[in-house]
Design a protein around this ligand. Structure first.
Ligand code: KG4
Ligand code: ZN
Length: 341
């Protein structure tokens, strides 16, 4: 089955053709993030305008690179929400129009189900459920337990900042540019991750929730109380310790979940933060021999249409009827990612 995925939930315009939910035949991503460096955040109207300019060329390029005739597609899968409404509408209107002109079925996909499906892209062997997934990006941080693609539950989520946001805000406190994740890693690469002990958030809390705002405040106080401006090596120690603390919090909740669900076969990390090298190293210890999986490439970690195409495949395989009416919505509860049947 060959599915054209379309993802336009924020400032990326992406299209991709994926075969059988795993084989990526093409993936095109046009990002307008560079436009928003000076404003420090995405301006929704501008992002939507860029989407309008990019959407058709991006779709055409994805089909061309995959060498697929549009009328031979088995379906079009498009992000229906959540996200910026203007951006989402550009994607869904383009998808509906193409589906109608090419006479191809269309299916609406929850953006989060896309991220949860991203570890299947390029996978060479079968992935066994139950799977515990930590999905962490600039906008969200969640822990999921699934027994199949569409069944399972959201165990916990962040109560305040997202993990990526904590990297971004921490980077800004350290005088490093946006996006902060890779910058904090680079700065702390040769630093001592145990030079400063940050408190472990929600340590005694029995839930699977996360909280990152306190770590950011601890970093602010640490920097404020330094007797003098930190040297390069002191800064590197601070960055490494902060990065370690963010990873330790994610992994502490993962460990808690592994205790509750000992039958877990695989542990997955998805979203922008899953690119973090220190997280990957430390996760190998926490997973205790279980298969540990990250998206195969950086492009699959961040927002992309291949993960939407994969999710579309899994929805169709699970019996979701194609061409079922769906709405394009800015807010869509996280839990609904798994309730699409
Ligand atoms: O998924 P994503 O591209 O966009 C959304 O937020 O939806 O994630 C971006 C986030 C940013 O907060 C960025 O700082 C973080 O992912 N990030 C990282 C790394 N690369 C990106 N965080 C930690 N380590 C990284 N290597
Ligand atoms: Zn996303």
């Amino acid at each position: 089955m060959r599915i054209l995925g379309i993802e336009t939930s924020c400032d990326e315009t992406s299209a991709s053709v994926v075969e059988d939910g795993v084989k990526v035949l093409s993936l095109v991503i046009a990002s307008s993030r560079g436009q928003f460096e000076r404003s420090g955040g995405v301006i929704p109207e501008q992002a939507a305008r860029r989407q309008v300019e990019c959407i058709m060329p991006v779709i055409e390029q994805a089909l061309e690179e995959a060498k697929v005739e549009p009328t031979s597609l088995d379906a079009i899968a498009v992000t229906k929400g959540p996200g910026l409404l203007g951006s989402l509408l550009v994607g869904t209107i383009a998808a509906r129009t193409c589906a109608s002109v090419w006479n191809v079925p269309i299916i609406g996909v929850h953006h989060t189900l896309g991220h949860l499906s991203s570890t299947w892209l390029g996978a060479e062997e079968d992935i066994r459920f139950p799977v515990l997934t930590i999905s962490a990006s600039g906008g969200h941080t969640e822990l999921w337990h699934r027994t199949s693609h569409l069944s399972g539950q959201l165990l916990g989520r962040t109560r305040d900042d997202a993990a990526g946001e904590a990297f971004d805000k921490g980077a800004s406190l350290l005088g490093l540019p946006y996006p902060g994740g890779p910058e904090v890693s680079k700065c702390g690469k040769n630093g001592n991750p145990h030079a400063h002990e940050f408190p472990l958030p929600l340590k005694q809390d029995p839930t699977f929730d996360f909280s990152f705002a306190g770590l950011k405040t601890s970093l602010r106080y640490l920097l404020r109380d330094l007797p003098s401006a930190p040297s390069a090596s002191e800064l590197s120690d601070i960055a490494a310790s902060y990065e370690y603390a963010l990873c330790a919090h994610l992994l502490n909740k993962l460990s808690h979940a592994l205790n509750k669900y000992p039958d877990t076969q695989e542990v997955h990390f998805v979203g922008g933060v899953s690119a973090n090298t220190r997280l990957r190293e430390l996760a190998a210890i926490t997973a205790e021999g279980r298969t540990l999986r990250f998206p195969k490439t950086l492009a699959y970690c961040t927002d992309n249409a291949a993960m939407i195409a994969a999710a579309g495949q899994f929805l169709l395989e699970a019996g979701m009827p194609a061409n079922e009416a769906f709405e394009t919505v800015a807010s869509l509860p996280l839990e609904e990612a798994l309730k699409q049947k």
